[in-house]
Design a binder for this molecule. Structure first.
Ligand code: CO
Length: 146
């Protein structure tokens, strides 16, 4: 992991970009019948993210993505979510360039976080979740792409 000068980067990784919208589903292949076949979205990849307990299908939606999340088991966060609430909108993700600094800033403001330190998410990105209590009721992921 190398430090980048995030002020002068030409990569489209500005803070505030909508990285993805994540939808929890019971069965990835079943959900793909709608999103890929009926709706015609392009499936970019399917990836198992052990650390988050999910299998993720990443769909291209132009300047952002939809991620379908299938739980790897009933005791995973997404497994519990689906058991309690059924399939549905799980979280939105905002891209950041320096996740450590952003988390520090949020902690200084006493923002309620689910992850105090970055975890590894899909694509090897560094991610952290902010509690819905702090965001207007929506689970919010911050992601610094690899
Ligand atoms: Co996500």
């Amino acid at each position: 992991m190398t430090e980048q000068n995030n002020k002068s980067t030409s990569q489209p990784n500005q803070d505030g970009r909508l990285d993805h919208v994540a939808i929890a589903v019971s069965n990835l292949e079943e959900a793909l019948i709608f999103y890929q076949e009926s709706l015609g979205l392009t499936l970019l990849e399917i990836e198992v993210v052990e650390e988050q307990g999910v299998r993720v299908a990443k769909l291209d939606t132009g300047n952002t993505h939809i991620e379908l999340l299938e739980p790897l088991g009933p005791d995973t966060p997404v497994g519990k979510f689906v058991a309690q609430k059924g399939p549905g909108l799980h979280h939105i993700c905002i891209g950041v360039t320096a996740i450590g600094e952003r988390l520090q800033c949020l902690k200084e403001r006493n923002t309620r976080l689910i992850n105090e330190d970055p975890k590894i998410g899909a694509g090897g990105a560094q991610i952290a979740f902010v509690h819905p209590k702090a965001t207007g009721g929506v689970l919010l992921e911050l992601s610094q792409p690899r």
